[in-house]
Design a protein around this ligand. Structure first.
Ligand code: FE2
Ligand code: FE2
Length: 313
């Protein structure tokens, strides 16, 4: 039997499961919860405290799991009676599952399905619930999960900033997906070189830059092999390190669409906060001073106002 890992946090409390849940213990998969059973709140909390992050489902249950996610998406995120913490847990868990699965199997239809659902959940959470961006953004990354946290943050910032803009609903969904997957190319660098992600970009020497700057192209290439991923998404991913000053990469483009500018700005801002450990205030200052000319003044001002309105700075 084959198994797929899923995040515990994609399981919301008190909802009957339509698939079997397994754990991996002493080198084998053990059935943990049967179909039709529910996980109660205290039980889930206990598992989280024990730092058990993953469950497994049988591959043959994947469709049922997708249906389960759809149901939660429809029932939970809109429900005012569901606590914000549960909503954030679900959106975060689904998005993390999506990013991990796509990294492992970029051309899989199932992984991309989860990614689309995760992007939708995240967008719904952020656009429909006041204070959700602050709640989501303020969460600490788990150990060794800085890159995943960065991808989740970029997606959340993008959709939050794109709300009430000229960016259409469909493009907002694309931004959400592209945010989650924008750095997937890093996983295709040699293992040693993947660490370049954690370094301050200013400290990279010419050779290191040359290597690291391949990641948008590698990401695009990888996702183009998946027939379900739309070209507008791979294009956004390819452009996420470009700046209107022409100082970006890989194409040194000077003309960016509004969506490209949004993903690039959210990416460079969050990299400073999540990876380089700057405070949101400091990172905003850098965006306004050091990145002057990299983004339109209008967008920077909008971004600043938005971070203030959302209580982040
Ligand atoms: Fe990047
Ligand atoms: Fe990034």
């Amino acid at each position: 039997m084959d198994f797929t890992p899923i995040r515990i946090s994609t399981i919301v409390p008190n909802k009957a499961l339509n698939f079997e849940l397994y754990i991996f213990f002493k080198e084998q998969f053990l059935k943990y919860i049967d179909i039709g059973r529910k996980l109660e709140h205290p039980h889930l909390e206990k598992l989280k405290k024990q730092q058990i992050a993953r469950f497994y489902i049988r591959d043959l249950d994947e469709n049922n799991y997708q249906v389960f996610l759809d149901d939660i998406l429809n029932e939970t995120l809109d429900n005012p009676d569901v606590p914000m913490g549960d909503k954030v847990n679900f959106a975060e868990g689904t998005a993390t599952t999506a990013v991990e699965e796509m990294r492992k199997d970029p051309s899989s239809r199932t992984s991309y399905n989860v990614t689309q659902k995760a992007a939708k959940s995240l967008r719904k959470l952020i656009t429909d619930n006041p204070d959700s961006l602050k709640n989501f953004y303020g969460r600490q990354a788990a150990e060794n999960e800085t890159l995943i946290k960065h991808c989740l943050n970029v997606s959340a910032l993008c959709v939050s900033l794109a709300k009430n803009s000229d960016i259409s609903e469909e493009e907002q969904n694309n931004l959400s997906i592209a945010g989650l997957l924008h750095d997937i190319g890093i996983s295709r660098l040699a293992e040693n070189d993947q660490q370049l992600f954690m370094r301050n970009f200013k400290s990279l020497n010419a050779e290191e830059k040359k290597i690291y700057h391949q990641h948008p192209g590698l990401g695009k290439e990888l996702l183009q092999k998946n027939p379900y991923v739309d070209a507008s998404i791979t294009d956004l991913i390819y452009a996420h390190e470009e700046k209107i000053s022409g100082d970006g990469y890989p194409e040194r483009k000077k003309k960016l669409t509004l969506q490209e500018e949004v993903i690039s700005l959210c990416n460079s801002y969050d990299k400073r906060v999540t990876v380089l450990n700057m405070s949101p205030k400091e990172a905003l200052k850098v965006a306004q001073v050091d990145e002057l000319g990299n983004y339109s003044l209008e967008l920077i001002n909008r971004f600043k106002k938005h971070l203030k309105d959302e209580g982040i700075v």
